[in-house]
Design a protein around this ligand. Sequence first.
Ligand SMILES: [Zn+2]
Length: 310
Amino acid sequence: MPNKFLIVVMQVAFMVSLAAAEEPAAKLDPQRSFGYLEDICKLGPRPSASVGMTKQQELLDTHFTKLGAQVSLQEFDTPHPLKGTPVRMKNLIVSWHPQAKERVLLCCHYDTRPFPDRDKSNPQGIFVGANDGGSGVALFMEMGHSLPAIQPTFGVDMVFFDGEEFLFQRDGGKYFLGSEYFAQQYRDRPPPHRYVCGVLVDMIGDKNLKIRREPNSLKYAPKVNRSVFETARRLGIKEFVPLPMKQEINDDHISLNEVARIPTIDLIDFDYPAWHTTKDLPSECSGDSLAKVGRVLLEWLQHVPEDVGR
Ligand SMILES: [Zn+2]
């Protein structure tokens, strides 16, 4: 009898250790991810310096502090594109394993476009940017549950860029204010740490998600691109399609590559019919898409090749 008991104990211990080994991936919960996306959209439109943006900053500060990360803001002023008066911009930085001097940058924009100007029937309507603005935030909120539990190759900073599209007209104007400022500061006032590489996510919540290789990412950060897509292939995540996109994308990764010299890729699904319309709602997105991108990134963070940035 004692022997049988011992076997049961050993079996239970083995099952517990298996569960522990699988924990980080298992913790990516599609439903919870989608819940975060809904919470963010319920705040309403979140353009730079708006009430919705302030509420979002509070929500993120509370969320990530509770999970054990360090949260800080990088602030600067920019002239309002119509009025010329100064507008306060705030990049929000969430640091995991802050003691690590070599770090990986995960980033997204968290402002929403002031108006859905591609909406044919209502170009001045309400724009909540579920996929365009919300999806990256929801993904990082979900990943925040797993980050304390994993052993990433490098320290990890999640950076939420402000002013990605503080634009009031359909054509013209300046995009990417937050990432440009972040990259200039990194170049001109180098911090004590170094970013080995970066991954930008943008519009990764589409319920029909297909992420292809983005040409600027292939040009600036081929090793980062290869290792991320290789991770997706290994995990069998078919939403990552290892073919190049037809068009190159100008996004927050450009100044990170050109100004900060951090090899950074853009994971983006630009084929999204609700783009810049009032229809960019949680109903066009899926928690499964968010969780799949999260699984790839969490796995990749634990196996980033040492020479990825060289
Ligand atoms: Zn946009």
